[in-house]
Write a protein of this length. Structure first.
Length: 452
């Protein structure tokens, strides 16, 4: 405890780190405030039916990612997921479209162009999702909207629809800007941080709902509730192992003499992460699974037809597709994150080689082979943890609490928290302070020399 208090003091002694942490907290405060600012014309007193409907099934997961903004009919209702959807499309195009492949090779200037294209595509996604959200509100829950906002029209649209459309688009772009500010001036990846904050904001409600359900419904009582919390801690531990797990490949550095000094001749290890993609496959797959919600009514609890299996995360069809998509995105994101050829070239430049393997192309092929082998079990485990909420629902766990029992939310929280701690640890070690752990090293999603 004494060491922990001393570490906190050290964190705030470093001026740059202190400013970054306080800046991040300020941005988070703005984001959480916006999640409670309702759209113009919304009557909060008549919003209970919409709030109840928006917290069920896959809509509840979307509400979780937005930190409750979706069910509050907030200006931040669509959250950051339209941007994630646009990012998926752009990253897929970098594999198939020569123009995007050229941009990717142009370094910082190419990255800026890709980011700009992603923003434009985000607006297009919003132009589809915002009207669907508004139409559901107007058609299914008109009592939640002030009559005057439905009676008056602007450019052929109701006053509510016109204002809500503009605000929903502007608010998501503003959230994107907040995320970029955290990335540039704060701690960690801003977009991931925004998603994590929304998830954490719903955690107390989930705990409360599960506790009340166990007590009031006489469904196991406090003993079962405590067992659930212990199992959650175990799953969190497994998630940490998944995020931090590495395969160490031995590397030998050749001896060389410069003047009277000898360099190299040492043996080291190349850490290749079992889950180099981190939580990004989960975020990407979840964003894709949200797409069917655009085509259904929020008030429909038992949608029939083709889409029915893909708007309820308790259904077998949803979980099978979700599981397979996570595996696919894990391989995809690992492929664009880890470049075996570049690793092989870096080793060769530093007179390093893997014992028993020739430098250059054979080394790149060996690294690629190892990555393919360790990515498979990592992606399968990632998929299993992601579908755990549907499994625990079969044992009577409350729907809100089940979302934190493994699944997307827990993996994102673990991954982002480890990333943030790693950022803080780096600042501490650079200033010759003790790290946050005895070993002085925290491996987040970006941990390791060639981690994702």
């Amino acid at each position: 405890m004494k060491k922990f208090i001393e570490t906190i003091k050290n964190i705030f002694r470093i001026e740059d780190l202190r400013k970054r942490i306080l800046y991040t907290l300020f941005i988070i405060l703005i984001y959480r405030f916006g999640a409670h600012v309702v759209l113009p014309g919304i009557n909060p007193g008549g919003l209970s039916a919409f709030t109840s409907a928006a917290q069920k099934g896959l809509l509840g997961m979307l509400d979780l990612f937005s930190g409750g903004a979706f069910s509050n009919a907030s200006i931040f209702a669509l959250g950051i997921m339209p941007y994630i959807s646009a990012s998926i499309v752009v990253q897929l195009m970098t594999l198939a479209v020569p123009y995007f492949q050229r941009l990717q090779k142009e370094g910082e200037s190419g990255r800026k162009k890709i980011n700009q294209i992603t923003r434009y595509l985000t607006v297009i996604v919003l132009a589809i999702q915002a009207p669907a959200y508004i139409a559901n509100l107007v058609n299914q829950f008109p009592s939640a909207i002030a009559p005057s906002m439905l009676e008056h029209h602007v450019l052929g649209f109701t006053a509510f629809g016109f204002c809500a459309f503009i605000l929903l688009i502007a608010a998501t772009l503003f959230i994107m800007w907040l995320g970029e500010r955290i990335t540039d001036n704060g701690i960690g990846n801003g977009i991931s941080m925004i998603i994590m904050i929304g998830i954490i904001a719903r955690f107390p409600y989930a705990i409360r709902a599960e506790f009340i359900a166990r007590i009031s419904e006489m469904n196991g009582g406090p003993i079962v509730f405590i067992i659930e919390l212990v199992l959650m801690m175990v799953i969190i531990g497994l998630c940490i192992l998944l995020v931090q797990g590495t395969r160490r490949v031995p590397v030998q550095y050749a001896k060389r003499v410069v003047g009277n000094k000898q360099y190299g001749g040492v043996r080291n290890y190349l850490p290749l992460k079992v889950n180099a993609a981190g939580v990004m496959p989960i975020i990407f797959a979840q964003a894709i699974m949200f797409i069917p919600l655009t085509f259904v009514n929020i008030s429909t609890e038992t949608t029939t037809g083709f889409w029915s299996s893909f708007i309820d995360y308790n259904r077998l069809g949803y979980n099978v597709v979700f599981f397979l998509m996570i595996i696919a995105f894990t391989y995809f994101y690992t492929a664009i994150t880890i470049n075996p050829q570049q690793i092989a070239e870096d080793l060769k430049k530093n007179n390093g080689f893997i014992p028993g393997t020739k430098p250059g192309k054979p080394t790149a092929e060996l690294i690629d082979k190892i990555m393919s082998r360790i990515t498979l079990p990592g992606s399968i485990f990632l998929g299993i943890v992601a579908v755990l909420p549907a499994i625990v629902r079969m044992f009577g766990v409350n729907q809100q609490f089940a979302q934190f029992f493994g699944g997307t939310s827990l993996l994102i929280m673990v991954g982002v928290v480890l990333d943030t701690l790693q950022q803080i640890e780096s600042h501490l070690l650079m200033r010759h302070y003790d790290g946050l752990t005895k070993s002085g090293r925290i491996k987040g999603r970006m941990g390791g020399v060639y981690g994702g």
